[in-house]
Design a protein around this ligand. Structure first.
Ligand code: 6GP
Length: 839
């Protein structure tokens, strides 16, 4: 027993109990057991990562029982389930979330503490699964959490990328990308299910034939295929017994295919082909809001969608003998157009493989699919060259042509001789290079189409999808995004969460509207000072992080002014940078100027191929260098760029924020979700009337929101009139001073060329109206400073922001999807007694 400090007596280990027991003592024993028997270490030898693994397995054991039981209940009751199809899930770390949801956080902290271990340190060991780019991927992760928390039977389908979103580092101010080898040290949160392997075909051609009943049919003779292995991730609901599944597909070479080549003696090619097949799920395309017209991307999309549909049909047919009730049991939500090939694939499976008639198949397809659009940017609209598409998926191209033929006949009937309309609605874009329009396919093949904030949905109806809206207004609905309060308040801001729970109980975690009850405490001195104290503590924690990672000392008492999100011109990080340069200029002109001290914090990745966004990152880092190293200025201002912004870092940043920058050009940001996370954590927002900002402002009240800038309509009108950014440069002295200082090399050591592309794009195009909104923004920032001088007023506004954010829970979003689109109901899972599991 010397070497087994946790084995106090022979009778201590009962398999069931040690794998399911929830008390501190059992957990401690299980933790040490896992450390010993899975990691092969004892406490002396264990690295921090070993400890993290041991704890993760301990939690996973407790999830497994609930997980299996949930799936049994779903099967027995033959429930209707939501299948969420998404090419991205930006999950964030799993351990803390699992501990919280299953209700073991405090126990784990307690037993670790007895061993002189810190739970937070262990949680920090986890490499987060970064299987997404930004908002769209994180939304999918929040939705998975809410579905389980609301006890709605659901399964998420996606891709198990071997390399997730690249790791960003900053060298000499530039973004440098490194591969994200997140699976390197093993992953306790997934269970491979090789028994549910499916085959996915590619390439080849089609052949017609007459079946025994005399019916003309088509078969697809592929020229290669790839196997998909599912890896299942548990998705525990918050404090209930539901554990849903996230099923991510990994590509594997088909053995027989390789053996053929192998037998012919070409070993090298056999191995190369194998790698080629496995390339499909190698890497996440690192573009946000821009599509990548690469063949491999289409292969990824088709691969995961085909795997998922085959899986859904397999599960359905284990309980049904025909497709009569398929649409009653299954609903498929497609997260943007990335999975929209599923519409053609379901048609193919039904018509070719299961011999369902076309009309019936089409009726089923349209009933099960629903489409969420996430962007108005035209560069994000997916279009595949017909030739590429036909080479990869010849049968799907035929099916799309057939869908299109029938669809356009319908349109012709309703709008005779309206060839312009036909051309716009067609699934095929004509021209020198014909293209398949995936958004059109998604609209035609779905019964519901939604945008992700009110303005966004209105703009879809008026603009991007106007022709579809004219055809089928009843298909359109809005579901404003939301975020999970479990991860983005309870887990990330534990002190604030505790204060809330002490004052209003814990109901807010399941029903975020309850957070409104703190509004009655806004004048309570003890509550106010606790609130302030927590914000100060969180800012101090972030300041420590900044010191450690950026070697910059920042004043925790200064205004923390933060913009973290992907770098994109439409998000206008430049506007904030121009404000900083404006302050810099003022301080240089008048060194004794009294200004509100601010710490500007940026974070975010640029797509590796997006040169302008990368230059903006370089620019911000260059401004940071000049500002921070100028004693005259750095007394008041600090500029920090936090490298490798990801979910884990986001969780540190939101709680420490005073001012949240949501400054996109109106009409460009579909919704935004960081705007919600910041405000929920008591930050005030400076923002335009864009995306969900509009609804946030309505909820928190115009007095508690710093609004500036052109509206979407004004942006449109200005561009229609002919926008000339040069006029703003000529007429605005401070703006000119900013531009001139950059142009003169003021932030590039005298180099007048470095930022030339950036200035030229502003002076000659300024597609995103940085100049047009500059003055309004500067003025609004002045109001921010005034408000921050009055700390009591700011504190009140901060409390009111959190108090009024109840609407922006992803639980509310999911309830709306359930009611208005999915017609799905909760299926509660009763706890299963741990004792009944046989040893
Ligand atoms: C994003 C939108 O840009 C963001 O405004 C929204 O909050 C988020 O989706 C969730 O709905 N869109 C993307 O990330 C994207 O790549 C194709 O859209």
């Amino acid at each position: 027993y010397q070497k087994h400090p946790h084995r106090t007596s022979e009778a201590a280990v009962q398999i069931e109990d040690d794998r399911t027991g929830m008390n501190v003592e059992t957990l401690r024993r299980a933790f040490l057991d896992n450390l010993y028997y899975i990691q092969g270490k004892d406490l002396q030898l264990a690295t921090p990562y070993d400890l993290y693994m041991a704890l993760s397995y301990t939690v996973r054991d407790r999830l497994l029982q609930r997980w299996l039981h949930t799936q049994e209940v779903y099967l027995q009751q033959d429930v209707r389930s939501v299948c969420y199809l998404s090419a991205e899930y930006l999950l964030g770390r799993q351990l803390g979330n699992a501990l919280i949801n299953v209700g073991l956080y405090e126990q784990a902290r307690a037993f670790l503490k007895e061993m002189n271990l810190d739970l937070r340190d262990l949680m920090e060991q986890e490499i987060e699964p970064g299987l997404g780019n930004g908002g769209l991927g994180r939304l999918a992760a929040c939705f998975m959490d809410s579905l389980a928390s609301l006890e709605i039977p659901a399964i998420g389908y996606g891709i198990r990328y071997e390399f997730g979103i690249f790791a960003q580092s900053i060298r000499d101010g530039w973004q440098v990308e490194q591969p994200d080898r997140w699976l390197r040290y093993g992953n306790p949160w997934e269970i491979p299910r090789p028994e549910y392997l499916v085959e996915v075909k590619f390439g080849g051609h089609t052949e017609g034939y007459i079946d025994p009943a005399g019916q003309y049919r088509v078969s697809w003779v592929n020229d290669r295929s790839v196997l998909g292995t599912p890896y299942d991730y548990p998705v525990p609901g918050y404090r209930n017994d539901t554990v849903n599944t996230l099923r991510l597909w990994s590509a594997r070479a088909t053995e027989d295919f390789n053996f053929q080549v192998f037998d012919s003696g070409d070993f090298a090619r056999a191995v190369a082909d194998k790698t080629y097949s496995e390339n499909i799920t190698k890497v996440l395309y690192p573009n946000d809001n821009t599509y990548q017209g690469r063949e491999l991307r289409l292969e990824q999309q088709y691969f995961f969608v085909s795997c998922s549909l085959q899986d859904i049909i397999r599960r359905y047919l284990s309980y049904h003998s025909d497709f009569e009730s398929f649409a009653d049991k299954v609903t498929l939500q497609i997260n943007d157009t990335h999975p929209s090939i599923g519409i053609a694939e379901l048609m193919r499976l039904l018509v070719d493989e299961y011999l369902v008639g076309w009309d019936k198949a089409w009726q089923i397809t349209r009933r099960v699919f629903a489409y969420t659009n996430h962007t108005l940017l035209s560069e994000a609209l997916e279009r595949w060259p017909v030739a590429l598409f036909g080479n990869l998926l010849p049968r799907h191209l035929e099916i799309i042509y057939e869908i299109n033929r029938r669809f356009l006949d319908e349109v012709r009937e309703r709008f005779p001789e309206d060839e312009g309309r036909i051309a716009r609605l067609s699934l095929i874009q004509e021209g020198s290079q014909k293209q398949v329009r995936m958004a059109n396919l998604a609209c035609v093949g779905s019964h519901a189409i939604n945008g992700v904030a009110q303005l966004h949905t209105e703009l879809l109806k008026k603009d991007v999808l106007a022709d579809f809206y004219a055809l089928w207004p009843e298909k359109f609905t809005n579901v404003t995004n939301g975020v999970t309060p479990r991860r983005f308040l309870l887990l990330s801001n534990p002190k604030l969460a505790l204060l809330l729970s002490e004052r209003i109980g814990q109901d807010w975690l399941k029903d975020l509207d309850q957070i409104g009850r703190i509004e009655s405490l806004v004048a309570d001195p003890a509550f106010r000072s606790a609130w302030q104290q927590i914000k100060d503590d969180n800012k101090r924690d972030l300041a420590e992080y900044i010191l450690q990672f950026n070697q910059i000392e920042v004043d925790p008492d200064s205004l923390f002014d933060i913009q973290v999100k992907r770098f994109h011109e439409y998000k206008r990080q430049l506007l904030l940078a121009f404000f900083i340069v404006t302050l810099y200029n003022r301080l240089k002109r008048q060194p004794d100027l009294e200004i509100v001290p601010r710490t500007f914090i940026f974070g975010g990745k640029s797509a590796p191929g997006y040169a302008m966004a990368k230059l903006i990152i370089k620019f911000i880092n260059s401004v940071a260098r000049v500002v921070n190293s100028d004693p005259q200025v750095s007394r008041h201002l600090k500029v920090v760029f936090l490298a490798n912004y990801n979910v884990s870092l986001a969780q540190r940043i939101y709680p420490a924020c005073d001012l949240s920058e949501q400054i996109s050009t109106a009409g460009k940001e579909a919704s935004g979700t960081s705007n919600m996370k910041f405000a929920l954590n008591g930050a005030l927002t400076i923002g335009t009337l864009d995306g969900a900002n509009i609804e946030i402002r309505e909820k928190v009240g115009p007095d508690n929101f710093f609004l500036f800038g052109l509206t979407a309509q004004q942006v449109y009108d200005l561009k229609a009139r002919g926008y000339n950014p040069r006029d703003y440069y000529d007429s605005n002295a401070e703006l000119r001073e900013v531009v001139d200082r950059i142009s003169a090399g003021g932030f590039s050591g005298g180099d007048t060329n470095l930022f030339r592309p950036l200035l030229d794009s502003l002076l000659y195009r300024d597609d995103y109206l940085v100049f047009a909104d500059y003055q309004a923004y500067i003025d609004c920032q002045e109001q921010v400073s005034q408000a921050f001088r009055d700390r009591e007023r700011w504190l009140t506004m901060s409390i009111l922001n959190s108090a009024r954010m109840g609407y922006f829970s992803s639980d509310r979003s999911i309830r709306e999807y359930s009611r208005n689109i999915w017609q799905s109901e909760p299926v509660p899972v009763e706890p299963e007694s741990p004792a009944i599991r046989p040893a």
